[in-house]
Design a protein around this ligand. Structure first.
Ligand SMILES: Cc1cc2nc3c(=O)[nH]c(=O)nc-3n(C[C@H](O)[C@H](O)[C@H](O)COP(=O)(O)OP(=O)(O)OC[C@H]3O[C@@H](n4cnc5c(N)ncnc54)[C@H](O)[C@@H]3O)c2cc1C
Length: 419
């Protein structure tokens, strides 16, 4: 199942490329080889290089050009779709620990950005989660109580109290202070890898790993440039296709994104917070540092890489309808903001594990291989936790997430390759 992004995401469309790297033209050897050039690989490269471990990073595309450039550029500590639904999916204890992990991850990311040469626009943001449907009033109230119980700084808004703060009609909402973090994820990925390279990590772009041979005490990676990397361990941060090797399921959806041209102001939008409704599919609205709006919608549509839906319908028209509806909705919600016009429209495969937790760690069928698969709308936060878990694993240190993130434990010891 190849990864895909359709059309040109805002991050790569509107931005300069800060750092570039050569492809692998000589054989390499190191302690740890990292495969991938997205945010999960970047976090590993950074933490491992910071710990003076000899690392090499190889990625098939330019750095930051995987899913990580389709990102809405925000880290949030709540998980899709909402806490009560996560409890239904994953059980109360797991949902609460996931939520707390997110909170911790958010602070870690903030600290990390302060260590980088560029802070990547990292800024805490408030979140607003709402419904315009009377029937869901109680659900929103329950969500408010749960979050308050977990110690979050939350406020419940009903249609009267919300009127002065938002220009769109709603029945009920939960306003949560500092629950998310705006960040330029493309730049963040680039800066982390650059910083890792300054600390000795050797980085190669446009170099795909085509084969991994595992031996008792090392691995050899053969690459598309005809050269190889020999390492004691390899970290695979290559995206959701890893689930196939682990024989573990993921749920695949399509994320549609519209990024507008810069707007003059944000009238009717309290504190430029991140807004999300509870519709199905859900819609999310955020602002960017260069004064744009990004609207996103996650649909259950399964779009094949040949651009067809369910192998039949050409997706182009469906996509255009989605983008048009999303822009119309923005104009309806924010009538006082003038000139809301789309500039970037794109879509990507949006993947989640069933229990919303990452698959990170070892698997007995693959010697000297660390898997690193973080998915969903909190993927980046979880990637931060995962990178530290992998470092602890490599250094034989305990880590409280080891068992819950373990792909081995969740597959019951089986893998697709083993079946
Ligand atoms: C539209 C959209 C919006 C999103 N918004 C958010 C958000 O707001 N917040 C959030 O936390 N998450 C969000 N996500 C999810 C998040 O983007 C991804 O889960 C995350 O970026 C995955 O990062 P990654 O490093 O694991 O994978 P990727 O960024 O996909 O990187 C995989 C890398 O592996 C490389 N690779 C693959 N195969 C090979 C090979 N054989 N050899 C060498 N290299 C290889 C690729 O070149 C690529 O660099 C969003 C996803 C989408 C699609």
């Amino acid at each position: 199942m190849p990864d895909f992004i359709l059309s040109n995401p805002i991050k790569t469309g509107a931005q300069r490329v800060p750092y570039q790297y050569a492809w692998l033209s000589e054989n390499e050897s190191c302690d740890v080889a990292i495969v991938g050039g997205g945010v999960s690989a970047a976090l590993c490269a950074y933490y491992f290089a910071k710990s003076h471990i000899k690392t090499v990073l190889v990625t098939s595309k330019p750095v930051g050009y995987g899913k990580s450039c389709a990102f809405t550029s925000q880290f949030q500590y709540e998980c899709f779709p909402n806490l009560s639904q996560v409890i239904k999916k994953a059980g109360k204890d797991q949902a609460v620990s996931l939520f707390k992990l997110g909170m911790e991850g958010l602070n870690n990311i903030e600290e990390l950005c302060s260590e980088l040469a560029d802070d990547c626009g990292c800024q805490k943001r408030d979140c607003f989660y709402y419904t315009h449907d009377e029937e869901h009033y109680d659900d929103i109230y329950a969500e408010y109580l749960m979050r308050r119980h977990l110690g979050c700084d939350v406020e419940f808004l009903d249609k009267k109290t919300a009127r002065d703060r938002f220009s769109f009609p709603l029945e009920a909402g939960v306003y949560m202070k500092n629950a998310a973090c705006d960040i330029d994820n493309y730049l963040f990925t680039q800066e982390l890898i650059h910083e890792a390279s300054l600390r000795g990590c050797r980085v190669y772009e446009n170099t795909a790993v085509e084969e991994i041979s595992s031996f008792d005490d090392h691995v050899v990676l053969n690459t598309s440039t005809g050269r190889s990397v020999t390492a004691n361990k390899v970290i695979l941060s290559t995206g959701f296709s890893l689930s196939h090797y682990l024989g573990l399921p993921v749920v695949s959806r399509t994320a549609f994104m519209v990024a507008t041209k810069p707007v003059p102001d944000y009238t009717g939008w309290e504190n430029r917070c991140i807004i999300r409704d509870i519709d199905r599919p859900y819609n999310q609205f955020k602002t960017t540092a260069d004064s744009r709006i990004i609207a996103s919608r996650i649909e259950n549509l399964f779009v094949k890489t040949d651009g067809r839906i369910s192998k039949l319908m050409p997706a182009k028209r469906v996509f255009q309808n989605q983008y048009a509806q999303m822009t119309e909705r923005l104009n309806e919600m924010f009538p006082a903001i003038t000139g809301i016009r789309p500039e970037f429209e794109y879509a990507g495969r949006f993947v989640e594990t069933r229990d919303l937790l990452p698959y990170v760690g070892e698997h007995e069928n693959y010697g000297n291989v660390y898997f690193n698969l973080c998915t969903g709308s909190s993927a980046a936060l979880l990637s931060e936790q995962s990178a530290r878990l992998l470092l602890d694993l490599y250094q034989n240190k305990p880590n409280e997430n080891r068992a819950v993130f373990s792909p081995q434990k969740r597959s019951g010891g089986k893998s697709a390759a083993a079946r």
